[in-house]
Every structure is written in structure tokens, then in C-alpha cells.
Design a protein around this ligand. Sequence first.
Ligand SMILES: Nc1ncnc2c1ncn2[C@@H]1O[C@H](COP(=O)(O)OP(=O)(O)OP(=O)(O)O)[C@@H](O)[C@H]1O
Ligand SMILES: [Mg+2]
Length: 622
Amino acid sequence: MDVSQTPDSKKEPEKKTKKGHSILLMFKWMGKHWYMLIVSFGLLYVISYLRTLIPLYSQHIIDYVLKFSPDGSRLPAFLFNLIDAPDTMTQILLASLMIIGVEAVRAVAIFLRRTTSSIFGERVTFDLRNNLYRQLQDKGYSFHTHSETGDLIQRCTSDVGTYQNFIETQITEVVRLVLLVALSIWQMAKLNVQLMLITLVSAPILFIIAAIYSGIVEKKFKVIEANESKMTTHVQENVSGSRVVKAFANEKYEVEKFEGLNRKYTDSDFELTKKMATFWSVTDVICFIQLCAVSVAGIYFAARGDISLGIFSAFVVYSQNIIWPMRQLGRLVGDFSKATVSIARLDEILSSDHEYTHESGALTPAITGAVRFEHVSFKFPDSTYHQLNDINFDIKQGETIAIVGRTGSGKSTLMNLLVRLLDTDTGAIYFDGVEIKQIEKHYLRQNVGIILQEPFLFSKTVEENIKIADRKLNGDRVKEVAKIAKIHEDIVGFEKGYETLVGERGVTLSCGQKQRVAIARMLLKPKPILIFDDSLSAVDTETDLQIRSALKKEWRNSTVFIITHRITTAKEADRIFVLDKGVIAEIGSHDQLIAQGGIYKQIWDIQSKLDFQLEGGESDER
Ligand SMILES: Nc1ncnc2c1ncn2[C@@H]1O[C@H](COP(=O)(O)OP(=O)(O)OP(=O)(O)O)[C@@H](O)[C@H]1O
Ligand SMILES: [Mg+2]
């Protein structure tokens, strides 16, 4: 599994976003909905073109109708012919009706454009969210252990929002402004080239400022995103771990820590706002100077008789059509920088390989329960030492194996290799002679059941939680397995029985109850191999015994691995593996290991002594 591709918010600010790649992705994610964007662009053309006609109406009235210039009207012929009339009053009336007509058509086009853009944005992000969720489901165990939940949630919500905002409003806004500027320049060029060029004097300055500003925004936004992600992660962790916080009376510390993160986030946001304010002020002044320049030059040209009064009035409007959009473009370039940061963050989830792309074999051999480990070693990618070293064993179908060892000795890691939650570095694991990497992963996990050390129950009913392995099974089977796992009595004791909601809004189960629900869940379907990772640690010794004897009856032919710290549980197994610092230090039956006098014997002695004392006996050390 590739951990290098794990999203890491802490590294975010240093990473360089490749803009070209982001643009490609932006369009790629639009998928089959791209045609709606084209429709939007078409409507934008209509809207912008109609807008550039409006100044020509005033020019028409001043120069042609009121006869201020011998040049006459500059309206396109088809419109001119529509509103030309023999008398002045009718001409004014028709021209006014025409303006209203043009504005009405523009209003309809604007409505259609906005609706199309919204539907487009919603549809694209609907698909994107589904895609992200699917990818997250398919990511490997390492990806999830190395990702911060808060950060992932932020990517799937806030970053998707930034992307949606950009494709829904800002792309079309860019096109609208570019069209408006281009069409206005074209109309102005037809009226007077010299004055048109004067109108464009400030354009390069505005563009240079916008380019510098865009770089600044991108950097600042990356910092904001990273800070927001840290804040979200803090909230998420503290809400999930609220009991730990309370138990250690850490509320004040946590609130202060949050305040620190919140301050950092607010400061970074404020930094960006300051930069934006500077940008707006500087460009405002430039735009104002530009407008003054156009007005002065226009008056000068009009006074010299180079242009008519009507053309001058049209220029005043056109220059506004150009200057304000160019200033807006600067802001949009900044927004584009924000969007590229979000796109890169989303791409980290979408593009990194999911676990099934890594060496997932296609074989579905019969798995009976025979397991062989050959020189298996394993090291976590970010660790400096091997957690498992040269593990070798051979297990026959139906054997019960207990695995004991100090905490951190590698017991869970060893079992995670069996279901390929982790993959071996060297050596190989065989199920009935077939190498594990050649077996199809889903198939493998259907045959090897594992109850993880920290069972997780969803916010669903107890029955739904048990039926996760197979939703089609009926309630009778659920009760049957609940009885084997000795949780049935507890469940019927709840007010709503099997319909009781578990988790945040429902009943909070005790640790032992959770473990037993997790056991019931795994027993739902017969499996040739079962793994209990310390799954009976939170139940009392008697229940532990009852569950194990019920299991023995029900699952006689299955190979069972029981990780346990309770030596009385281990004692019952056919063989016991003693793990010590990642190596199997001892293998044998209880009697053999006691006779060996090694680690197992030490643990046995300590636990027997403790049991003896607890039962009221006296220690022989006295
Ligand atoms: N994701 C991880 N990345 C790096 N090291 C890890 C990771 N998970 C576990 N380890 C390390 O691997 C070693 C073995 O861990 P493992 O969970 O297998 O121990 P264990 O024997 O199951 O302990 P316990 O009895 O407490 O459950 C430990 O030293 C642990 O710190
Ligand atoms: Mg463990």
C-alpha cells in the first residue's frame, strides 16, 4: 500500500500546485456535463453582445436623431432599419422601445445562464462527491491510519465547495468579462481607434498587478487551508474523544489549544483580506485615473471635431465596460489560485491508488483453514525497525492458535497481514498452498474473518450493526449468532431490543458489549478462518469461557486465532505462539511451554499468583 500518497495537511503550504494540471483536472471532473458549460458560454455571448449595443443607442439618438453629427448612426444595419422612421418623435419612441426590448432579451438570457450554471455546478459536484467517497472507501488501511479525519472531511466539503463555486460562477464570470472586454474593444475600434487605444493604456498595469496578486493569494490560501484543516481535525478529535478530555479534566487546555488554532486560522484569513484590500484600493485608483484620461482625451477629440458628441458618450460607457471587468479579472485570477489549491487537495484523494490496484490477485481457491508463514517480515513505512521478523509456522485446518505476548510485540500486525490490511515486505503467506497476494482480496476477506482489537459500531440499530456482513440474512440468524456471542440477553434487555440505536443518538454500549456485537457480526457467515484480536479482553472470565465453548461447538472445522492476554484462555488452545519483539519466541501446547520454562511460563506464574491472591489465598513470597 502506498503511504507516500497520503494527504498530509502539514506539508501542504510547501507543495507547488501545477496550474496547468489543475486546469486539466477542472475540466476532466466536469465529465459528461461539459455541454452545459458550452450552453452557458453561448448565452454569455448573447448577453455581452446585447450589452455592447446599448451605448450605440445613445450615440444613435444624439448623432442621428438629434443630428449632432453628420456621420449619422453607428447601429448595425439590421437594428437601424428596424427603428428608422420619418419623424423625430417616432424615431425616439422606437429607439426607446428597442432598448427595452434588448434589455428584456438580456434579462431572459441572464436568467437562463444562471440556471444552467447552477444545474451544471450541482451535477458536477454531485458526481465528484460520490467519486471521492468511493475512492475513500477503496483506500487501503495505511491510507486511513495516516490520514486525519478532519482533514479528509474538509477536503470532501470545503474544497469541493471551492471547486463548485469556481466552475459554477467564476469560470463563466471570466468568460463573461473577457467577452465583454473583447466586444467593447471591437465596437470602440469601429468608432475611433486612437481613443480606443487610450482606453487600454491601464490594461497592462492592471494585468501585472493581478498576476502578482494571484501568486500572493495562492500562497496565503494554502496556509489558510492548512490552518483550517488543523482546526477541523482538532474539533473532530475532541468531539470523538470528549470523554477522555473530561476524564483528565483537560477542557481548559483543549479550549486554549483550539483558541490558538482558531487565532492562527483567523490571522491567516485576515492576512489574505489585507492583501485583497490593498489590491482593490490600488486598482481603484488606477481605474479612476484611466476614466479621467479617457474623459479628458474624449473631450479634446470632440472639441477638435475628430469624434462626435454621440461617439464620445458611447466611449464613456465602453471605457467602463473595459476598466471594471479588467479589475474584476484580477480578483478572478486570485479565485482561480484558490481553486487550484483545492483541486490539488482533491486530486490527492482521487489520483492516489486504492488498495485493489496493488497486487490484488484474481484467484479464488478453496480456503480450508491451512495457513503457512514462510520467512515473513514486516515494517511500517514510517518506522525505523521491523515490527515482525522472520516469522515461520504451519497451521493445519481446524487448529486453535492462541497468540500471546507483551503489548507492542506485533500480535495485531501479524493478524492484519492475514487479511491483507497490511502487506508483507519479505517472505510469503500461503492459504492451502496458494500465495496470499494471488488471492482476490474481497474473496480472501470473505473467508478470513477478523474481529479488530478496537471494534467499531455504526450509528445504526444493533441488528443492522450485526448484519453488516450480510444484509440479506433474517433476524433469526442474527439472534442465533448473538446468542453464541453471549450478547442476546443484553440486547433484549434494551428497551427497543434489536432495534436499539447504537452510538451518538442511541444507547452507548459498554466495551464488552461492543466486543460481543462485533463477535456476533463476524459469526454471521461460516468462515474457515477466524481471528479474535483481543476480542474477549473486556468480558469477564466466565463469559469468555462460555463464548469460546459455544464457538467450539458451532465452528468445529474453522481455524481460530485468539490473541489474548488472559493465560487461561490461551491454555485451551491447541498451540500457543509467544511473540516477543516481533519474533516468535516460543511455540507449543500449554504443557510443553510450561515445561520449557520461558516467557510463557513467566506470564503463567504471574497470572496464577494474581488469581490466587484475588481469590483470597496467600502469596508464596510471604
Ligand atoms: N500504523 C503504525 N505505524 C507505525 N508503527 C506502528 C503502527 N501500528 C503499530 N505500530 C507499531 O508496531 C508494533 C506492534 O504493534 P501491534 O499493534 O502489532 O502490537 P500488539 O502486539 O498487537 O500490541 P497490543 O497487545 O497492545 O495490542 C508496536 O511497536 C507499534 O508501535
Ligand atoms: Mg494488538
